[in-house]
Write a protein that binds this ligand. Structure first.
Ligand SMILES: Nc1ncnc2c1ncn2[C@@H]1O[C@H](COP(=O)(O)OP(=O)(O)OP(=O)(O)O)[C@@H](O)[C@H]1O
Ligand SMILES: [Mg+2]
Length: 343
């Protein structure tokens, strides 16, 4: 039987993963597990999928929302300077604990690295993930499942290239679009903390034309957060603003605040900076055929960025949460790389 292929995209904001069928998204946050206090869901049955807890080498971690809500000791977000560290491993194993159906199995992994880390950490990340990992998953009822997962192969991609692979390859990992194999495509990946720029030239990644900036969506969100703090003196986690910004208002202590004017203003400012960087970094690449805007931040900023870009923009398919295009591309790239030889 062909080995299971899993794609995982560990971002500064969210960890995204897929086995080709299911998608998983959780915040890239983890913390020490604590004893949960007695709680009872009065209106619905307890939802197990919100409980993400794993134990590695006798240390128990809460991951994602659960860490944010319950870990009283420090919870860590990914450190930009230590991307390839135990934290990415914890997030990867947490994702596996949810996606794998067999506790003991061999898998192949495709993962991404931010552009700025790619060349330096590609090998290290591959080495860290390859081999056998033993860990346990603990569910909301404290039931423990022991995993022994052997990663036989790892491929590491520059993160935004996932979106190109997603368009280039069909669901079976076979190239379907000639265009992406012949054209020169610029990709702008707007994430939570960073924006990555890169070029896929005839399906190849080139370091030239690549750049990482700190212009992630969190920059606009912190402006919106500051404005709210001025208005009602409450610190709002920037993670929590997505929904409020999406609907255009937020209720704080029963009072609704209109977020539209400040959102419009901060998104425009951020989009202008993002587009200006694209025009600068690709100034010599006048032969770019088209540009794609991806990443969760791309979903909200694309209309603002597009009008300021020098070039033609290929709209992203609306069939999937923008945050997931890279990881779906990783999975397809895995199929392309490994399935061909076996079939
Ligand atoms: N359904 C959603 N829920 C929450 N955020 C969303 C959603 N859809 C889009 N977003 C936006 O996606 C952003 C995160 O995007 P993404 O997951 O691509 O970032 P990341 O890859 O974790 O960050 P980075 O690229 O900086 O490492 C959020 O800041 C938010 O603005
Ligand atoms: Mg990202």
């Amino acid at each position: 039987m062909a080995e299971t292929i899993i794609g995982i995209d560990v971002g500064f904001g969210f960890t995204k993963a897929t086995d080709g069928k299911d998608f998983l998204v959780f915040k890239s946050v983890y913390g020490e597990a604590v004893d949960l206090q007695y709680k009872e869901d009065l209106l619905s049955s307890p939802k197990n999928d919100e409980h993400l807890q794993i134990e590695i080498n006798d240390t128990s971690y809460f991951v994602g929302e659960l860490a944010e809500r319950q870990s009283s000791s420090r919870s860590f977000t990914l450190d930009q300077n230590q991307f390839v560290s135990s934290s990415s491993k914890i997030l990867v194993l947490a994702a596996l604990s949810k996606l794998l159906h067999e506790p003991e199995q061999s898998i192949r992994l495709v993962v991404g690295l931010p552009i700025g880390h790619y060349r330096q950490y590609k090998e290290d990340l591959g080495k860290m993930l390859k081999g056998t990992h033993t860990f346990s998953a603990i569910d909301a009822q404290e039931k423990q499942t022991d995993f022994k997962v052997t990663v036989t192969d790892v491929r590491v991609l520059p993160q935004p290239i996932g979106t190109v692979m997603d368009r280039l390859l069909g669901t079976q990992g076979v190239p379907k679009s000639q265009r992406f194999a012949t054209d020169k495509i610029g990709i702008i990946d707007v994430g939570f903390r960073t924006t990555d720029y890169t070029i896929s030239d005839k399906g190849r990644y080139s370091e030239r034309g690549s750049l990482t900036t700190r212009n992630g969506i969190s920059k606009a969100f912190s402006k919106i957060g500051n404005k709210l703090k001025e208005a009602c003196n409450i610190d709002i986690e920037i993670y929590r603003l997505f929904e409020a910004v999406d609907t255009g208002s937020i209720k704080i202590r029963g009072k609704a605040y209109d977020l539209k004017p400040i959102t419009e203003k901060s998104f425009k400012q951020l989009a202008t900076a993002i587009a200006a960087d694209a025009n600068t970094v690709w100034a010599d690449d006048w032969d770019i055929d088209a540009i794609m805007i991806t990443g969760g931040g791309g979903a909200v900023l694309a209309p603002y960025i597009e009008s300021q870009l020098e070039g033609v923009v290929i709209p992203i398919k609306q069939d999937l949460d923008y945050r997931l295009h890279n990881v779906r591309g990783y999975y397809k790239f895995g199929l392309y790389t490994w399935r061909k030889k076996e079939d």
